[in-house]
Ligand binder design. Structure first.
Ligand code: 5GP
Length: 108
């Protein structure tokens, strides 16, 4: 087992269910199980990267895709006029799941 195997990897592999709102070759977007805003989505790369600190040069395009997907979803959900994008990095700043993910939150 990969040392970073997390609940998100199991969701990506369809081993456990979640509400997937968008998927493309290199990432998925799911509804957060414990939403902190009216809209709370998680943009999750399929590649197992633990945190922002673990990004490699080869991940640049993937990271860009995460932001472009956030932009697309904000447009699709009509929340372009107010939303937050957030990475928590390491448990001391609230990262519970050690698989990279971008929070997309909005109360619009
Ligand atoms: P973190 O605190 O690591 O930045 O964010 C992890 C997020 O994942 C939390 O907001 C938490 O509610 C969410 N989460 C944890 N387990 C699950 C799960 O099994 N399914 C879904 N959809 N979200 C989860």
């Amino acid at each position: 087992m990969n040392k970073y195997m997390t609940i998100f990897k199991k969701i990506i592999d369809w081993e456990i269910s979640s509400e997937i709102v968008y998927e493309q070759d290199n990432l998925i977007v799911i509804k957060d199980i414990n939403p902190k805003a009216k809209i709370h989505l998680l943009i999750i790369p399929k590649k197992e990267i633990a945190t922002i600190n673990d990004l490699k040069d080869e991940d640049r395009e993937l990271l860009a895709d995460m932001f472009f997907v956030a932009k697309k979803i904000a447009k699709d959900l009509w929340i372009e006029e107010g939303y937050n994008l957030q990475f928590n990095v390491w448990p001391k700043w609230g990262q519970e799941v050690m698989h990279l993910h971008l929070h997309l939150l909005s109360n619009i």
